[in-house]
Design a protein around this ligand. Structure first.
Ligand SMILES: NC(=O)c1ccc[n+]([C@@H]2O[C@H](COP(=O)([O-])OP(=O)(O)OC[C@H]3O[C@@H](n4cnc5c(N)ncnc54)[C@H](O)[C@@H]3O)[C@@H](O)[C@H]2O)c1
Length: 234
C-alpha cells in the first residue's frame, strides 16, 4: 500500500490501459477518480466522471468535482487518447485537429490544471512508441505522442522539484484501440513485429505507472520509459 491515502486522477480510465492503471493505483492504496468519454452506463469504475479532456471548461470542472469528492489530486495520469489511421493524403484537417486536441491539448490542459492546484505530486503522461518511431498512416497520432514526450520534458524542468513529470511510451497493448475492428490488419501485423512478438497487457503498463507514482521514484523526472516488447531500444 505504497500510495495509501493519495488522491489520483486517471483520464480515460474507463477501459484499457487507463482502467488497469486506475485499478493498480487503487490496489496500492490511492483514492482514484477517472474520467472518460464513454456511455456512462457502460462504466463500472466507482468514482467516474464524463469529461472531454480536449475542453478547457470540462477539464476545470472535472478538477472541481474530483477535489470536492476526494480532495486535490496528487497523482495525475494523462492517459485519455484516440487513434486515427489513414494515409496522409486522406487525413482531413478535422481528423488531424481532433487527434491533436484530445491527445496533446488534453494532456496540456490536465497537466496545467494539476500544476495550478497540487502542492506537490506526480504527473504521468501516456505517450506511445510511435511518438518516437513514427508510423505510416498514423501521422497525426504519432505527432501527438511526440508532442506529449516534449511536453513531459518541458514540464519536468519547469515544475521541479515540486512535481515530478514522466512519460510512458507503450508499444502494442491489447485493448479496444488495437482490436481488429479499430486498426487495419496491416497495422496490427506491424505492431507484432517486435522482439517479443506479442501484444502487451494493460497491467504491464500499470505496473510501471504505479512505480512512477510511488515513493521509490522520487529521483526520476523528465523520463520517457518504454513498455513495448522491444519495439524501441534507447
Ligand atoms: N493500446 C495500445 O497499443 C497503445 C499503445 C501506445 C499508447 N497507447 C495510449 O494509451 C492510452 C490508452 O489507450 P487504450 O489502448 O487503453 O485505449 P482505449 O480506446 O481502450 O481507451 C481510451 C480511453 O480514453 C477515453 N477517451 C477517449 N477520448 C476521450 C476524451 N476526449 N476525453 C476523455 N476521455 C477520452 C475513453 O473513454 C477510454 O477510457 C492512449 O493515450 C493511447 O494512445 C495505447
Amino acid at each position: 500500500m505504497t500510495l495509501r491515502g493519495k488522491v489520483a486522477l486517471v483520464t480515460g480510465g474507463s477501459r484499457g490501459i487507463g482502467r488497469a492503471i486506475a485499478e493498480a493505483l487503487t490496489a496500492a492504496g490511492s483514492r482514484v477518480a477517472i474520467c472518460h468519454s464513454d456511455d456512462p452506463a457502460s462504466v463500472t469504475f466507482p468514482v467516474a466522471y464524463s469529461a472531454d479532456v480536449s475542453s478547457e471548461v470540462e477539464v476545470i470542472s472535472l478538477f472541481d468535482r474530483v477535489t470536492e469528492e476526494l480532495g486535490t489530486p496528487e497523482i495525475v495520469v494523462n492517459n485519455a487518447g484516440i487513434l486515427h489511421e489513414a494515409p496522409l493524403t486522406e487525413t482531413t484537417l478535422a481528423d488531424f485537429d481532433r487527434v491533436i486536441a484530445v491527445n496533446l491539448r488534453g494532456s496540456f490542459l490536465v497537466a496545467r490544471e494539476s500544476a495550478r492546484r497540487m502542492e506537490s505530486g506526480r504527473i504521468l503522461n501516456i505517450a506511445s512508441d510511435l511518438g518516437l518511431l513514427g508510423r505510416e498512416n498514423m501521422a497525426a497520432y504519432s505527432a501527438s505522442k511526440g508532442g506529449i514526450i516534449a511536453l513531459t520534458r518541458s514540464m519536468a524542468r519547469e515544475l521541479a522539484p515540486r512535481i515530478l513529470v514522466n512519460a510512458i511510451a507503450p508499444g502494442p497493448i491489447d485493448t479496444d484501440m488495437t482490436s481488429p475492428g479499430a486498426m487495419s490488419p496491416e497495422a496490427l501485423a506491424k505492431d507484432l513485429d517486435t522482439p517479443l512478438a506479442r501484444f502487451g497487457r494493460p497491467e504491464e503498463v500499470a505496473a510501471l505507472a504505479t512505480f512512477l507514482a510511488g515513493p521509490q521514484a522520487g529521483f526520476i523526472t523528465g523520463q520517457c520509459y518504454g513498455v513495448n516488447g522491444g519495439s524501441v531500444m534507447t
